[in-house]
Each structure stands twice: as structure tokens, then as C-alpha cells.
Design a protein around this ligand. Structure first.
Ligand code: FAD
Ligand code: FES
Length: 373
């Protein structure tokens, strides 16, 4: 009796698993579905059953995604005219009234089960999936790596400040298996760097893609990157730029400053660059930034430490970057010219900085940001 019980249980579980598998195949067999893109510009015949985001990627149409399809970034918005299916509760927090009225959905949350119509911006047809080889990996701090990729095919064009998606392969870490996925990383290399792309990747403990990048990615390894994406880029005005970053939020500014230098536009406007860190060990590229400040009168670099250590011998501004920003906006920055805000880093830091900018009469429509979450 006691010997038979586990055997019977095993058989029952195996039969149940087989039944689930069969019912999944029968119930979730949506056959071939048609996707009508931009009112007939393109018609795709696809196998139904997968999220729209992945289905489109298989057709080489890459919708922006920063979270790898987890439904947490809201980047994969697209319109589905004629859609009558209800928006899922997971999607609702990402939409305003107008987007809901325009039938906006998150491509990663919609499963392709029937013929559908979608509307996407033309520029997404220019997004490329590039095969690359890791050319160098350098520790710029204890938790940020500068990763350079050499690409055989040039990245057509991008706006400095935009990001690419890193695609990591399936891997095992601490006995857990992680499927292939992707995340957003801002380009740090200049627009003129045709054969090499640079990224700054900060380790998020337990994070799927950053653990892979920090522990397993090796020089000479092949890796795919997809892009460019994003609406964080420098607006074409003569306004004073108030740039604020922390951690790997340095990346898009490195790309922006390098490109402006390359295109001889760096001196055309006042640029203030605030960089917040806890202690000296979190600071990097300092000599490059101090050199820029020495060389260009219009460039002001303000690094600040919130928890300087005795051994840091720090004589610069101390405090949260929000406090330092507030002080400079009130006292040091010429307010006769319109101020334009550019922010990059953790959501908490960005929200606090935006509040400070608002209190100092900077207009919301002149503030642009990329939240790294
Ligand atoms: C437009 C955009 C550009 C970005 N550019 C960069 C860049 O240039 N450099 C860079 O390092 N990162 C950048 N990020 C963040 C990056 O896309 C990933 O979210 C981050 O690297 C974590 O990925 P992961 O797979 O390791 O962690 P995940 O497996 O996604 O997350 C693991 C856990 O950590 C939490 N988490 C996720 N991200 C963070 C974070 N940043 N800090 C703290 N906790 C977090 C998650 O909520 C989750 O609980 C960017 C994000 C966006 C939206
Ligand atoms: S890909 Fe991030 S929410 Fe859809």
C-alpha cells in the first residue's frame, strides 16, 4: 500500500500534466492571424497565441520596451484602432484619458488571438537589430561597468540621449534559470562613433540582465542590441540646459556632450551638469568633466556627495543633489534665459528633482527625463 501510493500519485500527476498540455494546445490554438499595420501599409500573417510585442519582433518590427515585456515600464504603447477588448488592469496605470480614448494598449500585455489593426510611428520601421561583439568591459566604479560593443553594421541614426535594448541569452545563476530577455540601456558613445557603441551598466542586485552583464558577459562574446528608441534627447533651442544625473544616469549625458563636442555645438548654449553620488567611490569620469569645465566657459560641472567619507577629502558641495540643485537655481544660475531640464537616473531622484525645478519656476513642458526603472 505504502509502496504503491507514490507510484499512483506519480501516474496521476503525469496524466494531469499531459491533459494540461493537450488542452493548452487545443484551447490556445489561434491559428494564423492577420495584423494590419497603419491602415493597410503592411499586412502581416502571424501565428497567434503570443504577446503582440514578441510577435512583432519576430516580424522585425521592434516596439520600444525597457522591461523585457514584464508590463512594468509602459514603453510598449501602441494604438489598436477598432479594438473592443477591455484594457487589462495591469495596463491602466500607464494610460491617461486621451490614450484610453485613442485605444492605446501595451503591446506586451495583448495576446494575438485574432485579426487585429495596429498603428505605430513610422520611425519604428528604422529600428535595427544589430549583432555585436563585446570589445571591452571596464569597471568605472564598484557597481558600474562601461561596456563597449563593436558592431559590423552601422547604427543608421539616433538622437543622442536615446537607448538600445540589450538582449541577454538564457543563463543559470545560483541554480535558477533565466530566460532570454532584454532591458533598456542608454547609449553613452557619440553619434560619430560608427563601429562601436558604449553603455554604462549599473548592477541591480538580483537583476536578470545586470547580473548577466556583470558576472557572465565576456570580451569577444556575441550579443544582440536593438534600437534606437526613446524621446529623451536635446531639444533644438538656445535655452540653458540644466542636466541632472546620478549613477549610470551619466550615460546619455556622456553621449550628448560627446556628440555636441563632435558637432561643434557644445559652446552654443549654457550647460549646467549636476551629478549626485553618495561618496567618492560612486564618482567616475571626473577628470573628463573637470577638463571640459576648464576648457569651456559655458559648461558648469557640479558634482555633489550626500555621504562623503573622511578619506574622500571632499571639498565640493555636500548634500542630496536636490538640495544642491535648489541652491544653484536660486543663487548661481542666470535666470534671464529660459531653463530647460534634462534628468536621468532613479525614479525617486528624478521625481524629487522635478519638484525642485517646479518650485523654482521651471515649466513642466521644458523638463525632459528618462527614469531608469
Ligand atoms: C529608458 C531607460 C534607459 C535606461 N538606461 C540605463 C542605463 O544606461 N544604465 C543602467 O544601468 N540602467 C538603465 N536603465 C535601467 C535598465 O533598463 C534596467 O531596468 C536595470 O538595469 C535593471 O535590469 P535587471 O534585468 O538587472 O533587473 P530586473 O530583473 O528587471 O529587476 C530586478 C529587481 O530590481 C528592481 N529594479 C529594476 N531596476 C532597478 C534600478 N535601476 N534600481 C533599483 N532597483 C531596480 C526591480 O523592480 C526588480 O524588483 C534604463 C531604463 C530605462 C527605462
Ligand atoms: S515592455 Fe515594458 S510594459 Fe510592455
Amino acid at each position: 500500500m505504502y509502496i504503491l501510493a507514490p507510484l499512483v500519485l506519480g501516474i496521476v500527476s503525469a496524466v494531469l500534466a499531459a491533459l494540461i498540455d493537450i488542452s493548452d494546445k487545443v484551447l490556445n490554438n489561434y491559428g494564423t492571424c492577420k495584423i494590419n499595420v497603419n491602415n493597410g501599409d503592411k499586412e502581416l500573417s502571424v501565428k497567434g497565441g503570443s504577446p503582440l510585442l514578441l510577435t512583432l519582433a519576430e516580424q522585425k518590427i521592434f516596439v520600444p520596451s525597457a522591461c523585457g515585456g514584464k508590463g512594468t515600464c509602459g514603453a510598449c504603447k501602441l494604438q489598436m484602432p477598432n479594438n473592443t477588448d477591455p484594457v487589462l488592469p495591469t495596463e491602466l496605470p500607464f494610460f491617461n484619458k486621451e490614450e484610453l480614448a485613442n485605444k492605446t494598449r501595451l503591446a506586451c500585455q495583448v495576446k494575438v488571438k485574432k485579426d487585429i489593426d495596429i498603428a505605430i510611428p513610422e520611425e519604428l520601421f528604422n529600428v535595427q537589430k544589430l549583432e555585436s561583439t563585446v570589445s571591452s568591459i571596464v569597471d568605472v566604479t564598484y557597481d558600474i561597468k562601461e561596456v563597449r560593443l563593436s558592431i559590423s553594421e552601422n547604427l543608421n541614426s539616433f538622437k543622442p540621449g536615446q537607448y538600445m535594448q540589450f538582449e541577454t541569452p538564457k543563463y543559470k545563476h545560483n541554480k535558477k534559470t533565466f530566460d532570454t530577455t532584454f532591458r533598456a540601456y542608454s547609449l553613452a558613445s557619440s553619434r560619430g562613433s560608427k563601429n562601436e557603441l558604449e553603455f554604462l551598466i549599473r548592477l541591480v542586485p538580483g537583476g536578470v540582465v545586470t547580473t548577466y552583464t556583470h558576472e557572465y558577459l565576456k570580451v569577444d562574446q556575441a550579443i544582440n542590441v536593438i534600437g534606437p528608441f526613446g524621446d529623451f534627447y536635446v531639444r533644438d533651442t538656445k535655452n540653458t540646459m540644466i542636466c541632472v544625473a546620478g549613477g549610470s544616469g551619466m550615460a546619455p549625458f556622456r553621449c550628448i556632450f560627446r556628440t555636441m563636442l563632435e558637432q561643434n555645438t557644445f559652446t552654443e548654449r549654457e550647460i549646467w551638469y549636476f551629478f549626485g553620488a553618495k561618496a567618492i567611490r560612486d564618482m567616475y569620469y571626473m577628470s573628463w568633466l573637470y577638463d571640459l569645465e576648464k576648457k569651456y566657459k559655458n559648461f558648469h560641472f557640479v558634482p555633489a556627495l550626500s555621504e562623503p567619507q573622511p578619506e574622500d577629502n571632499w571639498n565640493g558641495p555636500v548634500g542630496l543633489i536636490t538640495e544642491v540643485l535648489d541652491k544653484y537655481l536660486k543663487k548661481d544660475i542666470d535666470r534671464t534665459n529660459t531653463l530647460e531640464g534634462y534628468l536621468c537616473g532613479s525614479p525617486g531622484m528624478l521625481d524629487a528633482c522635478m519638484a525642485v525645478m517646479g518650485k523654482n519656476d521651471m515649466k513642466e513642458e521644458n523638463i525632459f527625463f528618462d527614469k531608469f526603472a
